[in-house]
Write a protein that binds this ligand. Structure first.
Ligand code: AHM
Ligand code: MG
Length: 341
């Protein structure tokens, strides 16, 4: 990561966005407002997560989402915070979330804008109760002109994203953002209540000695996936001729944030545990925004077979295998899958 140049020290997210609009013309007023509003919602989620057991926010909500997963109280609270913050500002035509079966229309009493917002309000939520980092992931698309958006209008490939980002609620709260012109990091100044620029033009090293995967699924993987990990585990006497270390937080935001900070490869492959599911992670609000960020930082992101950003979604909650991070490792893993096909 490039540290912040002295001339940019203390720049707030608001100032960064105003300059991106006014001086560079990278964004328009609606997109600026959208990012500001999402950041404000992330601040509120950060406060709720940070209260932990003091806030009556831990544990399950007693409901399931469309994917049959038990919702945590904080999943539901975070989803509501993002909905309430975003629906009245006039910058959105519609929203969709991991926690809602169908897109959420903008109520008729509010003006509609040009953008669509898709998000995972609280990723890694199995980690909430044990005080491990969780996060929010979001992706911004343009609404097709004149559309009163329905689900089909959201089903755009990741190449059409105009912005993407995530917040990690960890030892500090960090917001990582791309507007398609590099990747920037902001850290929440808890005393001031604002996000401050702490990293510009983040880059992921092309080579790495670190991989992130849930190894307990090894017996369910496809042959090329097993071969790739066996190569890494073989160490200095194996085909790769060096040692690799493993890290797995089980919060995608935290694992991806580590990779943006110091490199690595993150993999959630397809497995045969449930052959009806082509992977665990969701394309539109997990894989696509992370793939956009990783590519903007010079890394690579594939399904093991094709570039994630080129996948044309068929459904809102579609799953895909995910291989992302340091370019040379993603290319090696992808090459093994292609050779096996
Ligand atoms: P979630 O959106 O329901 O929280 O699930 C996504 C999470 C990712 O954050 C993480 O990489 C993965 O699922 C963890 O999976 P596993 O439980 O197999 O380790
Ligand atoms: Mg998630």
């Amino acid at each position: 990561m490039s540290s912040v140049p002295a001339s940019s020290a203390g720049i707030s997210l608001s100032r960064f966005l105003i300059e991106a609009q006014r001086d560079q013309g990278h964004i328009d007023a609606q997109l600026r407002l959208l990012i500001e509003v999402v950041a404000r919602a992330c601040k509120r989620i950060s406060i709720a997560v940070g209260r932990g057991a003091l806030g009556d926010v831990l544990g399950t909500a007693g409901t399931e989402n469309v994917q049959g997963e038990t919702q945590k109280k904080l999943d539901v609270i975070s989803n509501e915070i993002l909905l309430e913050a975003n629906e009245w500002g006039g910058h959105l035509a519609g929203l969709a979330s991991e926690e809602m079966d169908h897109p959420h229309p903008i109520p008729n009493r509010y003006p509609k804008g040009e953008y669509l917002l898709v998000f995972d309000p609280l990723d890694g939520s199995s980690n909430i109760d044990v005080n491990i980092s969780v996060g929010t992931i979001f992706s911004v698309l343009r609404c097709p002109p004149g559309a009163n958006p329905d689900e089909a209008d959201f089903l755009q490939p990741g190449t059409r994203q105009v912005a993407a980002g995530y917040a990690v609620y960890g030892s500090s709260t960090v917001l990582v953002l791309t507007l398609g012109q590099g990747v920037y990091q902001f850290t929440l100044d808890r005393e001031q209540g604002s996000f401050v620029l702490t990293g510009t033009r983040l880059t992921i090293p092309e080579d790495t000695g670190e991989f992130a995967i849930n190894m307990s699924n090894l017996r369910h993987w496809e042959a090329p996936m097993r071969r790739y990990i066996e190569e890494l585990l073989a160490g200095t006497t194996g085909p790769r001729g060096r040692d690799f270390n493993m890290r797995w937080v089980a919060s995608m935001v935290a694992d991806v944030h580590r990779i943006l900070t110091r490199g690595g490869i993150f993999i959630y492959p397809r497995d045969m545990k449930d052959p009806t599911k082509p992977g665990k992670l969701r394309l539109m609000y997990e894989a696509n925004p992370m793939a956009f960020i990783v590519e903007q930082a010079g890394g690579a992101a594939t399904t093991g077979r094709q570039r994630i950003l080129d996948v044309v979604p068929e459904t809102l909650h579609q799953r895909v295998p995910v291989f992302l991070g340091s370019k040379n490792e993603v290319e090696r893993a992808t090459e093994l899958h292609r050779m096996a096909d």
